[in-house]
Design a protein around this ligand. Structure first.
Ligand SMILES: [Fe+2]
Length: 381
């Protein structure tokens, strides 16, 4: 059996209300000066949270500048603010973008290197500043994963830093933080999490220890995402989707994703299509393309989505695909790439860009050539 490295935060708090434990968790580790990386909207939605942190004895400095999927320049501006604040701990509070910036800030705080020098796998040499991740969406899995993504604006391509040093010391996953998330964001982030689980399960580097998380994540998100989208205040549904997202995040380090993510990066990089939306658009088409590579695995996914097991794996898997399309529709996910301002004439160039995401393409159940990538873009157009 292939080796696999399971890496998790030293401590994961999960459950409604666990956010309230944050001040204690940090103070008992001697972390008082807190640099919080968040977005303007999430900072407003946080209400008096940071006042309660102050009352508890923490000294938070708030940086609410992550108002988009971050490019290198935005990251560098936040890093300068963090250096000026000289914190004991960096906290990411928000969606994947805020968490990714926080992770890189903590890792680069005492480094003289440029972040572009650490794009790739295993190029960070360490991290001396403690890191806490508190997701307010249920999707990216950034709260537990060793990955962080920035847009390299010079190349108009999203690039990843992958390193064990990006796994936070503490992750605090409180489903109550997601109840005010609007339906569209709930849908896109939830489908992103579902894709993490699916791509980790139907993956050339899949591993039994990770399959457990992946299949359970698919089951939880599949049964509850529609309710979480339609009734944001349904805490049971929010718990399911956030637990699915946590499991999806735990798949990212040891196995990671494949073709859907590889093809979605150029869409985010150049056309700023939100990550979850890009994945949702591509997911059924990549599923259909990949199916002959791993019919049994896709049948397992279909079963986890609630489909009955048929005698033939293909039939079961195809029913799973129908169920996925249904799920996306009911969640109001946009279906067509053309609706996002992408000119059809750009599809060949996007396919060329996608071919550069080799670290994910190598995981895909079937080899995706440039022609295949273009055909998948066309199918989703
Ligand atoms: Fe993702």
């Amino acid at each position: 059996m292939r080796q696999v490295i399971l890496q998790q935060p030293q401590r994961i708090l999960f459950g409604p209300g666990c956010l309230h434990a944050c001040p204690d968790e940090m103070l008992r580790r001697g972390w008082r000066r807190v640099f919080v990386v968040t977005s303007p909207q999430v900072a407003v939605a946080a209400g008096d949270l940071f006042d309660t942190w102050r009352e508890a004895g923490l000294v938070p400095t708030l940086c609410a500048d992550v108002d988009r999927e971050p490019e290198v320049a935005l990251f560098e501006a936040v890093l300068q603010q963090a250096r000026a604040a000289s914190p004991d701990v960096v906290v990411g509070y928000g969606g994947g973008s805020a968490l990714d910036v926080a992770k890189l800030v903590a890792a680069m705080l005492d480094q003289s290197r440029d972040v572009r020098e650490v794009f790739g796998i295993g190029l960070l040499e360490g991290r001396t500043t403690p890191l806490v991740c508190i997701p307010t969406t249920a999707g990216t899995g950034a709260d537990v994963s060793p990955n962080a993504i920035l847009l390299d604006e010079n190349e108009k391509l999203k690039k990843g830093v992958v390193s064990p040093w990006l796994v936070p010391d503490l992750a605090v996953c409180d489903p109550e933080t997601t109840v005010s998330l609007p339906p569209a964001a709930t849908a896109a982030t939830g489908i992103d999490a579902l894709v993490h689980c699916m791509e980790a399960y139907a993956n050339l580097h899949a591993h039994p220890a990770v399959d457990l998380y992946a299949l359970e994540g698919i089951r939880l998100i599949g049964r509850s995402i529609e309710r979480a989208v339609a009734h944001g205040g349904d805490l049971a549904a929010r718990c399911d989707v956030m637990r699915g997202a946590l499991y999806g995040g735990l798949c990212l380090g040891p196995v990671n994703t494949g073709g859907v993510h590889a093809l979605s990066y150029p869409l985010g990089g150049e056309f700023r299509i939100p990550h979850g939306v890009a994945n949702s658009l591509l997911m059924p088409h990549v599923f259909r393309f990949n199916l002959p590579g791993m019919p049994e695995r896709y049948a397992d996914i279909a079963e986890a989505l609630g489909c009955t097991r048929e005698a033939d794996a293909y039939t079961t898997a195809r029913n799973g695909l129908t169920r996925l399309v249904q799920l996306s529709d009911r969640c109001g996910i946009p279906r067509r790439l053309r609706d996002f301002g992408v000119p059809e004439s750009d599809l060949p160039r996007l396919a060329r860009e996608a071919m550069k995401v080799t670290r994910l393409l190598r995981n895909n159940p079937r080899e995706i050539t440039m022609e295949d990538a273009e055909a998948i873009y066309r199918a989703s157009y």
